[in-house]
Design a protein around this ligand. Structure first.
Ligand code: FAD
Length: 543
């Protein structure tokens, strides 16, 4: 097969235009072209009204060697690289203890899948419930203002990304085809095939729920075991600090010497326990801010012009950044985070008495509003010095302020952009109806954000308006607070994937600071499963 890149065609090209473009690129007769597969399809919307599709194709031709020889030096024609993921070799004999994975988010699920596919019969511990029951509990907060601390948007089967936009792209590098493995396993579990080739794939919430169930059934069929409603509460270490097992919330002890820690960024109690146990960790930067909502039509028109609404384009997204200059916010970056086209803002707290925002959408992305986090970069040195877990106290402080400002019943504080920029509280809302459930309280968001973040967002919104006309429209709604953009700490691991000072503990995924998003968390789960297998193999050989 040959890989052809940068094939550009107009948005509304005819079906056989792709074939014609391949023939022209390779300068071959039609009879020599055997097959075309779309490997990737993106679009270039920089020229509004003249949006082009950009294809990467895998093409089968007669006499491939001759075509390649003739095209030598042509950078957009090359042999198709290997895309299949190869499982690492399994240990030569079963280990005495089964590997344990803590957390059923994308990182834990892919760690489980790989370990199960290697025949290692892993055990998964998840503090939350199976995904269907968890969905009911999550709706409990959104519809009835009732939070279930162990079963919510953050905790439960599927992890934090289950009620999300299901965006599946990431800037991470990948020389072992782990990204492809994640996407292919998602397709097997029911994701649309197009996630394999569109440049910015997404799944949406409803499909994710059933996909997670199918993955569980597959893992169990391979001998993997799930234990829901089971929180890992304490690590048992030997005198050499080697992991011996886990004390669990049901009072039992699980002997284990290989533990994957994939607990996500909201497992604050678990982070505190690990810190008290002396597991090496360090504070890391994250961000704080608000969600902004606009009419989706405004974003579509600005991005796609007269071609807005084209089925191949879908609802438009954006990614924007501004570097602040005002003294009160100097050196801060303000950027859009987790943009959800045609989606809703969701209540994402896992702790009572706190309010946190995030965003989600369905596959169709056809809700009336576009939303995105507008967040400000923060660093431990400047904003939460002193302890590796000081970022948690910082988050809690602002989440509590948001809870109080929202009315103390899980409504979120909200403000019109015009009022926010003018420094006056909102007393009502306008054209943009906020989607946050269980509801919002119009107020002054500056009471729920550090002063530098207020100054930074005030500087950034007009700058964003110059990039997306209407972005700072008076009736756009800000809802707060967005505090969980990523983990506030990193649990460092060495080249074998193990904690720097606690052998047998394999920190992974977003909570440990090694991923940011569903795809990268899944990839890290695969990477850490490979590390566990390598360590198990070494142990079996040494025994
Ligand atoms: P998590 O998914 O957080 O999973 C951790 C799991 O560990 C949880 O199920 C938790 O219950 C469990 N756990 C925690 N502590 C313990 C313990 N002590 N014992 C047992 N179990 C424990 N990312 C994207 O790429 N695209 C998106 O569109 C997107 N949208 C999002 C929307 C929302 C509302 C949210 C909240 C997040 C979104 N994200 C999105 C981020 C994405 O969900 C995370 O990056 C990803 O889920 C991280 O995966 P993880 O496996 O590392 O951790």
């Amino acid at each position: 097969m040959l890989r052809l890149t940068e094939i550009k065609l107009p948005l509304d090209h005819a079906d056989d235009a792709l074939r014609d473009a391949v023939l022209a690129r390779l300068r071959i007769p039609a009879a020599d072209l055997l097959d075309i597969t779309v490997f990737r399809r993106g679009h270039d919307a920089r020229r509004r009204g003249a949006i082009t599709l950009i294809y990467t194709l895998d093409v089968a031709v007669r006499d491939e060697a001759a075509v390649l020889a003739r095209m030598a030096g042509e950078k957009h024609v090359a042999p198709t690289p290997e895309t299949a993921y190869r499982l690492p070799p399994a240990p030569p004999a079963p280990p005495r203890l089964r590997p344990v994975v803590v957390g059923a988010g994308p990182c834990g699920l892919f760690a489980m899948l790989i370990l199960a596919q290697m025949g290692l019969k892993p055990i998964l511990l998840e503090r939350g419930k199976v995904v269907r029951e968890r969905t009911q509990d999550t709706w409990g907060l959104w519809r009835r203002s009732v939070l279930t601390p162990e079963s919510n948007v953050q905790f439960g089967e599927g992890g934090a990304g289950t009620f999300s936009d299901g965006k599946l792209y990431s800037g991470i590098g990948d020389n072992a085809n782990r990204i492809r493995k994640v996407l292919e396993e998602f397709v097997k579990a029911g994701a649309p095939e197009e996630i394999l080739y569109v440049s910015k794939p997404h799944i949406g919430t409803f499909r994710l729920v059933s996909m997670v169930e199918k993955m569980r059934a597959h893992i169990e069929s391979l001998g993997g075991q799930y234990r829901f409603g089971t929180r890992a509460e304490r690590l048992e270490l030997g005198p050499d600090r080697r992991v011996r097992g886990l004390h669990l919330s049901d009072g039992s002890f699980l002997e284990a010497d290989h533990v994957v820690l994939a607990v996500g960024h909201s497992a604050r109690d678990t982070f505190t326990m690990l810190h008290e146990t002396g597991v090496f960790m360090e504070a890391k930067p994250f961000s704080i801010g608000v969600r902004i909502e606009h009419p989706q039509g405004l974003i579509d028109r600005c991005r796609f012009g007269p071609q807005a609404g084209h089925p191949l384009l879908g609802a438009a997204d954006y990614k924007i950044v501004h570097h602040c200059k005002t003294p009160a916010a100097e050196g801060r970056a303000v950027y859009s985070f987790c943009m959800c086209p045609g989606g809703t803002v969701v209540a994402a707290t896992s702790e009572p008495g706190r309010v946190v925002t995030n965003g989600m959408s369905q596959y169709s992305r056809n809700e009336r509003n576009a939303n995105a986090g507008i967040v400000v970069s923060i660093t431990p040195e400047r904003d939460y010095p002193g302890s590796p877990i000081a970022g948690i106290a910082f988050q809690r402080h602002w989440e509590e302020r948001a809870f109080v400002a929202g009315g103390g019943d899980y409504r979120a504080p909200a403000q019109r952009v015009e009022d926010f920029l003018a420094g006056r509280p909102s007393t009502g809302l306008g054209e943009v109806i906020p989607s946050y459930k269980p509801g919002v309280t119009p107020t002054d968001l500056s009471q729920c954000l550090p002063g530098f973040a207020v100054a930074a967002i005030r500087e950034a919104l007009p700058a964003f308006d110059r990039q997306i006309k209407g972005f700072a429209m008076g009736d756009a709604v800000l809802t707060g607070v967005e505090t969980r953009t990523s983990s506030p700490l990193r649990i460092r691991r060495d080249e074998t994937g193990q904690s720097l000072n606690t052998p047998g503990l394999f920190p992974a995924g977003e909570g440990a600071g090694y991923a940011g998003g569903i795809l990268s968390a899944g990839v890290d789960g695969i990477r850490i499963a490979e590390a566990v297998a390598a360590s198990l193999s070494a142990g079996v050989l040494a025994a």
